[in-house]
Design a protein around this ligand. Structure first.
Ligand code: DQA
Length: 147
């Protein structure tokens, strides 16, 4: 049966394309969404793709993903490094989660080295730019289809 995955994006990721392109590349979030939709279609999966600048909205969407989908891909942006609420939402809902970051957060400022998401995620993909989303979808579907 076709799997459904939710892909959630946190604060400032709506600015991709113009936001610090030397770090995040020049691909817009709309282009990333298009690529994710094409990749999911090719792999017989349904996708919900969203972005919010608000922590509470992301909490609501994680809870919704746990009810309506088979797995979650999350780029929590800066909330990665601050949000106990997102950590708790993933843990409480039990949704299988792959963490993704465009940049290699470990090569950057020290405050980006800690993630509140990693302890409750199956795994993390970072440093591959926009392509990381396809890598994350591939990893998630591989896990879902082998269970
Ligand atoms: C990011 C990395 C975070 O440290 C940063 O706050 C972001 C984007 C990434 O995709 O590389 O907003 O999650």
């Amino acid at each position: 049966m076709a799997k459904t995955i939710h892909i959630l994006n946190g604060p400032n990721l709506n600015l991709l394309g113009t936001r610090e392109p030397e770090i995040y590349g020049s691909t817009t979030l709309a282009s990333i969404e298009d690529a994710c939709r094409a990749f999911c279609q090719a792999h017989d999966a349904d996708v919900v793709f969203r972005q919010s600048n608000e922590e509470g909205e992301l909490v609501n969407w994680i809870q919704e993903a746990a009810v309506k989908s088979d797995g979650l891909i999350l780029n929590a942006g800066a909330y990665t490094h601050t949000s106990v609420a997102l950590h708790d939402a993933i843990k409480a809902s039990g949704i299988k989660t792959i963490e993704v970051h465009l940049s290699n957060i470990f090569q950057r400022e020290e405050f980006r080295h800690h993630s509140f998401i990693s302890p409750v995620a199956t795994g993390m993909i970072c440093g591959f730019g926009a392509h990381g989303y396809e890598l994350a979808i591939s990893a998630l579907l591989n896990q879902l289809n082998s269970n």
